[in-house]
Design a protein around this ligand. Structure first.
Ligand SMILES: C[S@@+](CC[C@H](N)C(=O)[O-])C[C@H]1O[C@@H](n2cnc3c(N)ncnc32)[C@H](O)[C@@H]1O
Length: 305
């Protein structure tokens, strides 16, 4: 395998292509290209007369994707997907045929200790998915108040021991500020009891990553922009990995005057895929079609009128 081959295994690849159903000549957006695992089949489907605009906030992922998408009609763009309206306008597009997002981080980012995303490998306490700017996880744990840290651990990690962890962090940083992932993981493991098979640092790391990257804020802004950006008959698909994300996607795609769900329930990976790719276990894919602005919507109120 060449050195620049992604290690990330795309989640639900067959279902994404089948349910999004991109067609030759269409224009699509992949909001989270990563190593290009979903971008590639979408680009192959739209073919030479179509186009895929593929975003990632991480320039190292765009460099990885470039090697996988050679010869395909893909434009790679370094941008946060909460800027999608501006990215499309700058290219002369008002609306596209479809938008896809596979949320979170890729296994390639997790595998690099220097990105600071993993509690299993020691590295700088960074966690930024866009390493070109913004506050790092170390900035947050060394500067936020005890109460604000506890809120982050509770809200974004559902960590039951959020207050205890925040207190220990504040005590420890008074002596030595946090600089590495191992440093933080050790402190968390020292005050959160091990439950089941999961590492006690899991929830605190998830919460900090969500806060550092404003992941829920960016998702809310993308979901709010989508109704204007997708053509009638066009489709959106979003894969989420935890309930904080899925709740937002479910809520946004429920607006009956804008979206028609393509599947009744979210699509989940089957036993064969989860055995091969443990990451797929928590994935939920929701797909909806943009309805015509004036099409009839049948709900309880229209019957009563
Ligand atoms: C799960 S990976 C995508 C994997 C890809 N679908 C594949 O199968 O190869 C998520 C990617 O989205 C990027 N990302 C996460 N949030 C983003 C955001 N708000 N804007 C742009 N890119 C984002 C991450 O940097 C990462 O590369």
């Amino acid at each position: 395998m060449p050195a620049d081959c992604p290690v990330h295994a795309s989640v639900l690849p067959v279902e994404v292509l089948e349910l999004l159903a991109p067609k030759p000549g269409e224009t699509w957006v992949d909001c989270t290209t990563g190593g290009g695992g979903h971008t590639r089949p979408i680009a192959e489907r739209v073919g030479p007369t179509g186009r895929v605009i593929a975003l990632d906030q991480d320039p190292t992922m765009l460099a990885l994707a470039r090697g996988q998408l050679d010869g395909l009609p893909v434009e790679l763009v370094h941008a946060n997907f909460d800027q999608l309206t501006e990215v499309l306008a700058a290219r002369g597009f008002v609306q596209v045929n479809g938008v896809f997002a596979d949320l979170g981080f890729s296994s390639d980012q997790l595998a690099r200790a220097d990105r600071g995303l993993s509690f299993r490998a020691d590295g700088p306490l960074d966690m930024r998915l866009d390493p070109t700017g913004g506050a790092t996880a170390a900035d947050l744990v060394n500067r936020m108040s005890e109460a604000a840290l506890a809120d982050v651990f509770w809200e974004f990690g559902e960590e039951r021991h959020s207050r205890r962890v925040a207190r220990r962090i504040v005590e420890r940083r008074a002596a030595t500020p946090f600089a590495t992932t191992a440093d933080l993981a050790d402190v968390v493991r020292g005050c959160v009891p091990r439950a089941g098979g999961i590492d006690p640092a899991t929830r605190v790391f998830q919460a900090l990553r969500i806060a550092v990257n404003d992941e829920l804020g960016a998702l809310d802004r993308l979901l709010a922009a989508l109704p204007k950006l997708v053509k009638p008959g066009g489709r959106v698909g979003v894969i989420s990995f935890h309930s904080l994300e899925d709740r937002r996607v479910k809520q946004a795609l429920r607006t009956a005057t804008v979206w028609r769900p393509v599947t009744k329930k979210p699509v989940e990976a089957g036993a064969e895929e989860t055995a091969r790719n443990p990451r797929a276990r928590s994935a939920k894919l929701r797909i909806a079609e943009r309805i015509e602005p004036n099409s009839e919507v049948t709900d309880d109120r229209s019957h009563r009128r």
